[in-house]
Design a protein around this ligand. Structure first.
Ligand SMILES: *Cc1c(COP(=O)(O)O)cnc(C)c1O
Length: 397
């Protein structure tokens, strides 16, 4: 997945354009820029990539999720349904707004289980946040139907799935709002950065204003702009956008490399009958950012991870024992370890985490191994890796 592996002259040229005129901010300073508007250019390029009417760049993927929810009016006391398997950013972004994250089970897509989503809907539910984990997608048709029937927003966190599609549509452009991250380990990087994607003009204008202190961005005198509503600062800088502008042009090349490397690994492991693969919904095409497979039970899975480590197969994880991506180790959320007081509403709203269990998620995550697909591997290296993986798995079965 990491764009940081392939970084060179294109990126340097774009950054130097910014350094040459010295305007590091995305808004204003029109006279000094020599025509360089890297953030605006990257927004247009991404509109094209995502086949969407509007893109608002922000400072991170986490900011993108908060800005997306805020732009659609989600806030204090509202419930947002999200999966147990995701990055910690998901609940952080919800809680920043005073809203309540409602965690529910995943299925064998490694994304939201539609039945679990249905069961979690209450009169306070405002949005369903689907997280397109590890380069693929949840059952989007079922989730779209549930959201339509219950008049809920569908927000897509596609931070790990840029380049994936469902029925020909780019992931991140299917829900009411989509969110992307361009942090240093994502498929394309800005260093730090993120984007909100939507076809809804009102949400877009809200995101544009909210992410820049509520500025209305009318006219070309920043000091004279009005503030139709309260905002915050989630701006991206021109330096970061310049890096992303070079990277986005290489996205098709990155996805092709991911697919090639992924396919070699998948073909090799397909020969082991005990190995199964995540379900990719019909009509879906992965971004191939990660290679995910299941083993028969948790014990074998832990054994395989150990074998991988001893045999130099790096960048593979069993998220059951991982602090970042699965509910099991999120004690700081369950115990509400906050630097500052949290509202009674959110405290009450999260009490369920003391007792709720997630057997379905445990069933999949405890048996799952997720391997990062690197862009820089040679074909010989991938084949060698595939052989080592097969040997390690056979050893552990
Ligand atoms: C990386 C990531 C984020 C957060 O992105 P940052 O840019 O690091 O804030 C959010 N959700 C998912 C699924 C991610 O992988």
């Amino acid at each position: 997945m990491p764009g940081f592996e392939l970084f060179g002259d294109l990126e340097r040229k774009e950054v130097n354009d910014v350094l040459d005129n010295g305007v590091l901010m995305r808004y204003g300073f029109d006279g000094m820029r020599n025509g360089h508007w890297k953030s605006k250019e990257l927004e247009s390029a991404l509109q094209n990539t995502f086949q969407a009417n509007h893109v608002q760049l922000v400072s991170s993927g986490t900011a993108a999720v908060s800005v997306a929810l805020a732009s659609a009016g989600v806030g204090a006391g509202d419930e947002v349904i999200m999966p147990t398997f995701t990055f910690v950013a998901s609940f952080e972004a919800i809680m920043l707004l005073g809203a309540i994250p409602v965690l529910v089970d995943i299925d064998d897509t490694l994304g939201l289980n539609p039945e679990a989503v249905k069961a979690a809907i209450t009169p306070k539910t405002k949005a369903v946040m689907v997280v397109q984990m590890c380069g693929s997608m949840a059952n989007m048709t079922a989730l779209q139907d549930i959201c339509k029937e219950n008049n809920l927003l569908l927000v897509e966190d596609a931070c790990q799935a840029i380049g994936g599609t469902f029925n020909g549509k780019p992931l991140g452009s299917i829900g009411d709002l989509g969110c992307f991250s361009f942090d240093f380990v994502k498929t394309i990087t800005c260093g730090e950065g993120g984007a909100v994607v939507t076809n809804n003009k009102e949400y877009y204008l809200n995101a544009d204003h909210y992410s820049d202190h509520g500025h209305d961005h009318v006219g070309n005198d920043r000091g004279a702009e009005t503030h139709p509503f309260l905002g915050y600062n989630f701006r991206i800088s021109e330096l970061h956008a310049a890096v992303g502008l070079a990277q986005v042009k290489r996205l098709p090349e990155f996805i092709a490399l991911q697919k090639k490397n992924f396919s070699i690994l998948k073909e090799a492991l397909s020969e082991i009958p005990e190995v199964t693969f995540r379900t990719v919904p019909e009509g879906g095409e992965e971004s191939y950012a990660f290679f995910n497979f299941f083993l028969p039970d948790a014990e074998t899975t832990r054994g395989v991870i150990k074998e991988f480590q001893q045999n130099g197969v790096d960048a593979c994880w069993n998220y059951f024992d991982n602090n970042w991506h699965y509910i099991r180790k999120w004690d700081h959320l369950k115990d509400l370890k906050s630097l500052f007081p949290i509202t009674e509403e959110v405290k009450k709203g999260l009490e369920y985490l003391q007792t709720k269990t997630f057997e379905k998620s445990d069933h999949y995550i405890s048996r799952n191994i997720s391997c990062l697909i690197k862009l820089s591997w040679t074909e010989a290296e991938v084949k060698d890796r595939a052989a080592k993986m097969v040997a390690a798995i056979k050893q552990s079965l």
